[in-house]
Write a protein that binds this ligand. Structure first.
Ligand SMILES: Nc1ncnc2c1ncn2[C@@H]1O[C@H](COP(=O)(O)OP(=O)(O)O)[C@@H](O)[C@H]1O
Ligand SMILES: [Mg+2]
Length: 608
């Protein structure tokens, strides 16, 4: 798995950076190629608009030299009429350019967002532990927006200005070669500061973006943990921390804006200084008689067009650089491959149907990718027969939940094999493996949708009758009756409208709807009232009756009912047996059980 770079990469040589820019420009253009028609309209509009602007200069020259100069009213009328016509065309072309370029920009960014999101969902769970959610959010929203700005606005402005620059230059030459040459001498004086300052602006804008990502991450964490924040009266501390984050970002932004403004100021000064110089030289030619007044006017018109086009390039370049940075980060994300799927999909085997529900682990060793030095599971070997109920017990941190993650193929073990229905899961599509399993997690995730949709999550193509049946079997009907809009009540972010026990029953309803051949149950440790516990037990009994079940057990009732108990400790299997067998041995199980009995009378809950 490639780790994403979050900090700016070291400075690269200008030559390489230039080639890279061209290369990335091509990538940017490629994003827009599926939309040839609007793109063609946009480009035609751009060319038409630029042509019309340039023709105005020609009109000006005609107006002064023929209309005014020769006091020819008819020529004046016809020239003005033509210029009016050109302005109408210019207006229409401006609409076309703005609309179609905007369209392509929005379309491309929508595609990009969908692509990145679709790809994200295919990545391993481990990937999401290496990158902050806030950073991913900012990539899909902010970074794509940066790309959109370039495609939807800056690119059009760049093309328009480029056309005006080239066209203007040609017209300048056609009007007066001498003045054009004089102008060209001035160009390097404009370009050099652009190059020097542009680079510094780019560096700062990258720094600025990194800081905005920090701000986003902090925001997300604080808002996500608002209850913890308020319960610990951490508000003032968080306010101060947020102020620091944003002020730091402000500081860098101001540095960038300062440099950029300086750049604009410098460009303007140099350009208009140069124009004055040319104007002075041109006026002398008019006085001497080697140049006509209309020619000089047209030349100045073109020079202003060229200068303002050139002047805007620095800003466009900065936009482009920011978008390139964003595009880099997006591409990096798209290039991250899931590490669990074999590369060659043709070797996939099918799991036998119907599933027997046999699951086996053979010498499984595992360490989390974010902490590869620390083994969490050591040589775990176990198997479950069809329909068997296995309780897994052990102290907190023993690796019980990790074992479930391995079965669900959230992670691949470093060594050893996992077999489902007799097939090595490495040879099977991850989705097919998961389709055989139903997970009821310890702290179930409730999405900010309706209760109905939350149950439907278990099997999105289920019918309404199935959903109601699952709700009934999970003893959710009393909850439904208590909600203002019944089963269609929105549950709020992370299901704030439900209690812990109710959430667990929703998770059980999902599993019932799913009807998996292997049930993975991580019992809730939070204290449930006996009413709730009774209801959950009833729902579970129904669910466990017909399938192989692995349950991380905290309650004595569950342990007693299991066919077999596996005692886990520090990533290893400490003992296996029934309650009666294990309690008669002088081992971890008995010690834990004794502790539990001593603390709870009557003993209800198992070890946490
Ligand atoms: N995503 C993770 N990344 C790194 N370490 C983890 C992760 N999840 C759990 N661990 C570590 O693995 C060990 C076992 O955790 P877990 O399987 O959740 O234990 P249990 O469910 O038995 O309480 C713990 O020491 C925990 O710190
Ligand atoms: Mg656990």
């Amino acid at each position: 798995m490639t780790q994403l770079k979050t900090k700016s990469s070291p400075q690269i040589a200008p030559q390489a950076s230039y080639e890279k820019t061209i290369h990335k420009l091509k990538i940017l253009l490629k994003l827009a190629t599926p939309y040839r028609r609007p793109l063609t309209f946009a480009i035609l509009s751009l060319i038409l608009a630029a042509g019309m602007v340039l023709s105005l200069g020609w009109g000006l020259r005609h107006l002064i030299d023929h209309g005014f100069g020769q006091e020819d009213a008819a020529s004046l009328d016809s020239t003005l009429l033509l210029m009016g016509f050109a302005v109408v065309l210019l207006a229409i072309a401006s609409f076309g350019r703005s609309y179609y370029i905007g369209w392509v920009g929005e379309r491309v960014v929508t595609d990009l967002r969908q692509r990145v999101f679709n790809h994200l969902l295919s990545l391993d769970v481990g990937f999401f532990e290496l990158i902050r959610p806030g950073e991913l959010v900012s990539r899909i929203t902010a970074d794509t927006t940066l790309v959109q700005v370039v495609i939807g606005t800056s690119a059009a402005v760049a093309v328009r200005n480029f056309l005006l620059l080239v066209g203007g230059l040609v017209m300048m030459m056609a009007t007066s070669l001498k003045l054009t040459l004089l102008t060209l001498i001035i160009v390097p004086f404009v370009l050099i500061p652009i190059l020097i300052y542009g680079k510094r602006v780019r560096h700062l804008s990258r720094k600025n973006q990194d800081q905005m990502a920090d701000v986003g991450g902090f925001l997300e964490e604080t808002i996500g943990g608002i209850r913890t924040c308020q319960a610990f009266m951490h508000e003032d501390h968080d306010r101060a921390a947020f102020r620091d984050h944003t002020e730091k970002a402000f500081g860098v932004a101001i540095q960038r804006i300062h440099l950029r403004s300086l750049l604009a100021c410098l460009v303007m000064t140099l350009v208009f200084g140069g124009v004055s110089l040319v104007l002075w030289s041109g006026s002398r030619d008019v006085i001497v008689g080697t140049l006509q007044a209309g020619q000089l006017s047209a030349f100045i018109f073109y020079a202003v067009v060229v200068a303002s086009s050139a002047g805007s390039f620095s800003e466009i370049f900065a936009d482009l650089q920011r978008a390139m940075g964003a595009l880099d980060r997006l591409r990096e994300l798209l290039a991250t491959a899931p590490s669990l799927q074999p590369r060659d999909e043709t070797i996939f085997r099918k799991l036998p149907t119907p599933s027997s529900g046999v699951i086996a682990l053979h010498n499984v060793c595992f360490a989390y990718p974010n902490n590869p030095e620390r083994p969490i599971l050591n040589n775990i070997t176990l198997s479950a027969a069809p329909g068997e109920k296995i309780a897994i017990v052990g102290p907190s941190g023993a690796g019980k939940s990790t074992l479930f993650s391995i079965l669900l193929r959230f992670y691949a073990p470093q060594s050893g094999g996992v077999y489902l229905d007799g097939v090595d899961v490495r040879d099977v599509d991850v989705k097919e493996v998961r389709s055989r399993m139903g997970l009821v997690p310890q702290d179930p995730m409730i999405f900010s949708q309706s209760l109905y949709e939350n149950i439907l999550y278990g099997r999105p193509n289920a019918t309404e009758t199935d959903v109601w049946k699952a709700a009934e079997l999970a003893h959710l009907l009393d909850i439904i009756n208590g909600l203002p809009q019944g089963i269609h009540t929105l549950l709020g972010t992370k299901g704030v409208r439900l209690s812990g026990g109710q959430k667990q029953r929703v998770a059980i309803a999902r599993a019932i709807l799913r009807n998996p051949s292997l049930l993975l149950l991580d019992e809730a440790t939070s204290a449930l009232d006996s009413e709730n516990e009774h209801l959950i037990q009833q729902s579970l009994n129904h669910l466990m009756a017909t399938r192989t079940t692995l349950v991380i057990a905290h309650r004595l009732a569950t342990v007693l009912k299991a066919d077999r108990i596996i005692v886990m400790d520090r990533g290893e299997i400490d003992a296996v047996g029934t309650h009666a067998e294990l309690i008669s041995e002088d081992g971890l199980y008995r010690r834990l059980a004794m502790m539990q009995y001593a603390e709870n009378d009557p003993p209800k809950r198992w070890m946490a």
